[in-house]
Design a protein around this ligand. Structure first.
Ligand code: BG6
Length: 508
């Protein structure tokens, strides 16, 4: 039995202060009529403007193949932003936002698209954007090379000067960054042929989530956790990204991607790196990214013959009848894996990762399971109820917060122990809405701060780790099915049971 107690944290200090508005800038979105722009980028840019964080002046130029006027584009954005924005649309604010929107119909393979884009960018410069440019690649990855080559041919991008002078010119590249190590490397080489690494922003929106950023503050801003954060005190770590939704009409994308490329190679490995990394020298972008890559380098790479014992997959029943999915699809919509980090801090501590679609609950969390106490002292008192080990849970979403499960004496005239739960939620503690990850990331892109973006070496290493699993699964068709609304395939339970552990039930 676990008793629950909710703790309302009182926040003392911690005022954010004024965030500096980035310098004037033109934002160009390739793939402007797509799902990502409507659900995430449009709402993020609108909310940034309302919060006074969008540059002044700034223009937002959408580029896509769908024929429409700039006015029709603005109307489409209004519908999408109204649907997905974290705050209601205010007509006066929307008018201000719509005045920034512009649209270009065009095929990315056609030079004329980029000639017209060049003319609009020149007009934006004349309005005060000072040739500062942020290009967002919100298209399928297959088109990235064409866009970057066209931008270079038309001299719309320029490598940063050695003394870093001159206008800002940056590209934000959506994930998945490549399909495997080889394609990621060739895409990295291609972009590096035109731009400096400091101009390349590889987005992983998990890094923009407040709760993910809080991992480092929790670990390094409190003296009570760090001394315990190692193999001497931690038994195992669970990292879960469970979604209750299916693939939501993204059949063609998902068929080519699958769960490992979609969320594990990027989101989950990035969260793992933040949980496992050493103390950085400072919060400067490269100090943090240097420590994260050390973790990824220390992760044991699976040999083909080890994949079956350390990684399992599943596909939700009904996936094969989704639009855009092959009737004999071998794509995994669920994966669980046991990851070992061969370094001094974590030697021998398994990290269990799981992610999937169409599961019982939507929950993303990290659970740190501490070692059990020696049972000698409690062998009689705990009879009837197993004395459970302490668990610190970092709830990334929803109901963002942190909870600690530990044992306490059950009131009464004898020593009896029960498990209790102490919980802090962001909603109670901070009493203010949490910004969307894309807001923070777009803002950082405009400011040129790459701390929350992934560096080339970390993308490479993540593929090195995932490629053996992807290849083994591609070579062995026959992905097992699981029931939609369940906790995933039975094989995942067997995987964790081999270490004597069980997954946390979804949603608790
Ligand atoms: C995206 C994936 O990167 O992350 C989606 O492509 C997934 O398939 C999404 O649904 C989950 O993001 P969030 O922020 O809702 O956890």
């Amino acid at each position: 039995m676990t008793l629950t107690s909710s703790v309302v944290a009182e926040v003392i200090g911690g005022d954010q202060g004024d965030s500096p508005r980035p310098p004037p800038c033109a934002i160009v979105i390739f793939g402007a009529t797509g799902d990502l722009t409507g659900r995430k980028l449009g709402p993020a840019l609108y909310n940034l403007m309302v919060d006074g964080l969008l540059p002044e002046p700034s223009v937002i130029i959408g580029v896509a193949r769908e024929a429409m006027t700039s006015e029709e584009f603005a109307n489409k954005m209004l519908r999408k932003v109204s649907e997905h924005s974290r705050r209601e649309i205010e007509p006066a604010q929307w008018e201000r936002f719509a005045a920034k929107l512009d649209y270009i119909v065009g095929d990315f393979t056609q030079p004329d698209t980029f000639e017209r884009l060049g003319a609009r960018l020149a007009a934006a410069d004349a309005r005060g954007c000072r040739a500062n440019r942020l290009f967002y690649f919100a298209t399928p990855p297959s088109v990235f090379p064409t866009i970057i080559e066209q931008l270079a041919t038309h001299k719309l991008i320029a490598r940063l000067a050695p003394d870093a002078s001159g206008p800002a010119c940056r590209v934000i590249v959506e994930k998945p960054f490549g399909r495997d190590l080889a394609t990621a490397r060739s895409l990295n080489d291609l972009i590096a042929g035109y731009l400096d690494e400091s101009q390349i922003f590889r987005i992983d929106h998990y890094l923009g989530k407040e709760t993910v950023q809080n991992i480092l503050v929790l670990r390094f801003g409190n003296s009570i956790f760090e001394p315990l954060w190692n193999r001497n005190h931690i038994d195992h770590v669970e990292i879960t990204a469970a979604e209750s939704i299916g693939i939501e009409g993204r059949g063609a994308f998902y068929e080519a991607t699958g769960v490992v490329r979609d969320v594990i190679q990027n989101h989950l490995l990035q969260v793992l790196a933040l949980i496992a990394m050493e103390v950085p020298a400072s919060f400067a972008p490269d100090d943090i990214r240097d420590e994260k890559i050390q973790v990824l380098r220390s992760i044991r790479r699976l040999k083909p013959e080890d994949v079956a014992a350390n990684a399992v997959r599943g596909q939700y029943r009904g996936y094969r009848t989704e639009h855009g999915v092959a009737p004999d699809s071998n794509t995994a919509t669920y994966a669980a894996m046991r990851v070992m980090i061969d370094d001094w801090r974590w030697q021998g501590v398994p990290f269990f990762l799981r992610a999937g679609k169409s599961l019982a609950e939507r929950v993303t969390e990290v659970a740190i399971h501490f070692k059990s106490v020696p049972l000698v002292l409690f062998k009689h008192e705990s009879a009837g109820e197993a004395l459970q080990h302490a668990v610190l849970t970092l709830r990334i979403q929803p109901e963002e917060g942190i909870s600690l499960r530990f044992v306490a004496k059950v009131p009464g005239d004898r020593i009896a122990v029960g498990n209790v739960l102490m919980t802090m939620t962001y909603a109670d503690a901070f009493k203010r809405p949490i910004s969307e990850a894309y807001e923070r990331l777009l803002l950082d892109g405009m400011r040129g701060d790459a701390t929350l973006y992934t560096r080339r070496d970390s993308v490479d290493r993540a593929w090195q780790l995932m490629d053996p699993i992807i290849h083994a699964w591609d070579a062995a068709p026959g992905v097992p099915e699981y029931e939609p609304g369940s906790a995933g395939p039975a094989a995942a339970d067997e995987l964790i049971a081999r270490d004597g552990d069980t997954w946390r039930p979804l949603g608790t």
